[in-house]
Design a protein around this ligand. Structure first.
Ligand code: SF4
Length: 217
């Protein structure tokens, strides 16, 4: 990771202000209300990309602050990442999309909403330049990993030359609405993914206060 320019801090702050003021999906008629949610620092070395905020985040305005977020934090703890080391947290679309018409979980954002929101994620990735990117759920996996069923990609990792060689690690969505983890084989895949994350986290070179790289040895 390169030494971060103080200008980057100002750039990210400006980007967050622009994201939080965004109402593109309201103007386009896809949402009745826009409450964009994003959080993180320029120094965050892990970025978590989820699907979209849930109803709890509508009030807290903090990503992953609902039940799914609590489960995700338990997963991160299994990988050795604690609450205070929590990563940059964002999503494919940044506003609560409403409940699914079936009543099971939240509505999946439409391709049109995803396209409207995509420039924000691209700007965040370019500004923060994370070293590890956790792809939480099918939408984030499809966007940054490419096509592949959850069972084919969870438990694997790969570097992305388009994203400064960041290590991509797919995870299932931690929402209770997902039945994917009811299967033993899938729980094994999640276990492998968290082991990969733990190893990648441990392998990150340590940085001093100025952001300079030091060997952990
Ligand atoms: S989902 Fe994204 S593009 Fe749509 S209003 Fe919210 S921040 Fe803007």
């Amino acid at each position: 990771m390169a030494v971060r320019d103080p200008m980057d801090v100002a750039t990210l702050k400006r980007l967050h202000s622009r994201i939080r003021a965004c109402t593109k999906c309201v103007a386009a008629g896809y949402l009745a209300q826009a409450v964009p949610v994003v959080a993180g620092r320029i120094t965050d070395r892990v970025m978590i990309v989820g699907q979209a905020p849930g109803i709890v985040e509508l009030t807290t305005r903090m990503p992953f602050s609902g039940r799914a977020g609590a489960e995700l934090r338990r997963w991160l703890a299994r990988a050795g990442i604690s609450e205070e080391q929590l990563a940059y947290r964002t999503s494919i679309t940044k506003c609560f999309p409403g409940k699914a018409p079936t009543g099971a979980g939240d509505r999946r954002p439409s391709p049109a909403e995803i396209a409207l929101c995509a420039p924000w994620l691209e700007a965040e990735l370019a500004c923060v330049r994370p070293e590890i990117i956790l792809l939480v759920g099918a939408l984030a996996i499809a966007r940054l990993w490419g096509p592949g069923a959850l069972g084919e990609v969870v438990g694997r990792s790969r570097r992305s030359p388009e994203l400064n060689d960041a290590l991509l690690i797919p995870l299932p969505h931690p929402s209770g609405a997902s039945r994917w983890l009811n299967d033993d084989a899938n729980r094994g895949r999640l276990h492998r993914a968290l082991r990969l994350l733990g190893r990648a986290w441990q392998a990150l070179p340590s940085l001093d206060a100025a952001g300079k790289v030091h060997s952990r040895r």
